[in-house]
Structures are given as C-alpha cells and as structure tokens.
Design a protein around this ligand. Structure first.
Ligand code: SF4
Length: 292
C-alpha cells in the first residue's frame, strides 16, 4: 500500500480499509495543526491507486466501506473523484460507503448536481473539520473559510444527500475568544444537519503556529476547567438531533447516540466533571499527547 506521511483514521467510524488518493493537505496552514507539515499536497498517481485497490481486493474483496485518504481528498475535481469512484467499483463491487475527511471549502467548486453524481457513485459521507462557527476564531487560526461558507456548503451537501460529520475544536480561540467561539459555533452548527457532531480538545503540538504564539506570550490557552466550561457553553447553544461524540483527554462519558433527548444529562455530567475532576491530572494527560 502507498501511505504518505500521517495516516489518520476517524476512531469513531466503523472499520474499513484505507485508500490514499491524495497526499498531504491542500491548505496546510491551520495554526493548531502539524499533521501534514512535511508533505506537499498532490493527487496520488492513478497507477498507485489501482495497485492499492488490487491489494485491498485481494484481502477484503467483500468490503462495503472504504475510507479515502489523506487530509482532504475531496479537494480533487469532480471529474477526478468520479474516475476514482469508477475504479473503486471495478475492484470492490460491493462498496456502498466511501468516506473521507474534507475541508468545508473542498465543496465550493462542486455543484449540487455534481455532488449528487458523486453520492450516487459511492461518496456518501464526509468528515468536515469545521472547528468553529465563529468568524473571528476561524480567522485567528487561519482556517481559510468563515461561518457563511459552512452554512452554504453544508446546505449543498444536504441538497445532494451527502451526509457529514461536523467537528468543534474546544479551546482553539484561547481565552480571549472562548465565549464567542462556543456560542457562535453552537448557533452555526444548529443551522446545519450533520449526521454526527464531534468535539476534540486543543493540544499545542510541536511545530504548530499556536505553540509558537504561546511561547511568545501571544496565545493564551484555556485551563482544563476553561475547556470544560467552553464545551458546556457550546452544548447549551447547540440545537441538534443526532449522535454526539467528544474525544477529550478527560475520562467522562459524554457521548450520546441522541443529543437532543440527552442534552440535559450531558450537561449535568459535564458540570460534575467541572466540579470534581483533578484538573492538574487532566492537564498532565493533555500535555503528554503527541498527536491526534
Ligand atoms: S486541520 Fe485539516 S485543513 Fe487544517 S492544516 Fe490540518 S489537515 Fe489541513
């Protein structure tokens, strides 16, 4: 198999073989991310993709699900993605679900009609790392799009019938932006129709712009308690009906298959954590993380 640089699998998605169709990230400028720092974005050669499909077909000929790599393969043009889908069906005739991570702006150059064709050809699910619904927060970390883009592109995906996960990055605006990051993300996410809302907590990884800013005293990260309070505010402002997943470094089970009916219980559990967990221990766990 051809795998270049970081290989990231959504830990909450069902298991599936991984097929690299692009290398690196087309943006590669988010200030909190070091995942693809050393890899230049490019489409993988069709010959590589075909060789890897032959290998997958020799091991999992019956697979119905496939995750496409790398950071944002949905950046590829409609035509190229469609060709890759055709090749996938040739080698893996039982495939029903092709899924991949995507940036919100990967959707911009594709019409609803093109998105429908891609959906009918197997691309039925995207994992959108929105991170925030607050424009100032998105700008502060150089995300490369704003809240209006999130609403417009999610609407196109809804119309095309492509399902999407939406993620909130807890703490990414630091102390100065915490309230607006939480409130505006909750409000913007509430205007979309994700199949899953997921949240992760900020870690200042080596080589990131945020770590450099922090070391110069120009980024003020939230404490563990601050992160949990921000998450609480986000949840309070989130009106959504579907599964909710958090992958924080604290050991509390806030995940729920049905956010709407469990919202008050999730908030109660979170408040229990804020009042009772050992914040020093949580900070130690977070600081020891070396990657997602
Ligand atoms: S967070 Fe995603 S879009 Fe941003 S640089 Fe990292 S991989 Fe690329």
């Amino acid at each position: 198999m051809h795998y270049t640089g970081t290989v990231y699998r959504n830990p909450y998605a069902p298991p599936s073989p991984l097929l690299e169709i692009t290398q690196g990230c087309s943006h590669n400028r988010c200030k909190f991310c070091n995942m693809y720092a050393d890899v230049k974005f490019k489409p993988s050669p069709m010959e590589w993709i075909e060789e890897d499909l032959a290998e997958i077909a020799s091991i999992y000929p019956e697979t119905t699900r496939l995750q496409l790599l790398s950071a944002d393969p949905f950046k590829l043009s409609f035509t190229r993605l469609n060709e890759i889908c055709d090749l996938i069906h040739k080698y893996l005739p039982n495939i029903e679900t092709m899924t991949m991570a995507a940036r919100v702006d990967n959707v911009c150059d594709k019409s609803v009609e093109e998105l429908k064709i891609l959906r009918d050809n197997g691309i039925v699910e995207l994992n959108l790392g929105a991170e925030s619904g607050d424009d100032e927060t998105l700008k502060s970390v150089n995300k490369g799009y704003g809240s209006k883009d999130i609403l417009e592109q999610c609407d196109k995906l809804d119309k095309a019938g492509i399902r999407y996960w939406l993620t909130f990055l807890n703490g990414v605006g630091g102390k100065p932006l915490t309230e607006q990051h939480a409130v505006n993300s909750g409000k913007i996410f509430s205007q979309t129709n994700p199949m899953v809302v997921g949240t992760g907590g900020l870690v200042l990884f080596e080589g990131t712009g945020l770590l450099a800013l922090y070391e110069r005293g120009k980024f003020e990260p939230l404490s563990e308690r601050g992160l949990m309070e921000e998450l609480k505010l986000f949840i309070e402002n989130l009106d959504y009906d579907g599964p909710f997943i958090t992958h924080h470094t604290f050991s509390m089970d806030l995940n729920s298959p049905d956010f709407k009916s469990n919202k008050s219980k999730i908030l109660k559990n979170l408040q229990y954590g804020i009042d009772n967990l050992d914040m020093d221990k949580l900070a130690e766990i977070r600081n020891n993380k070396r990657g997602l």
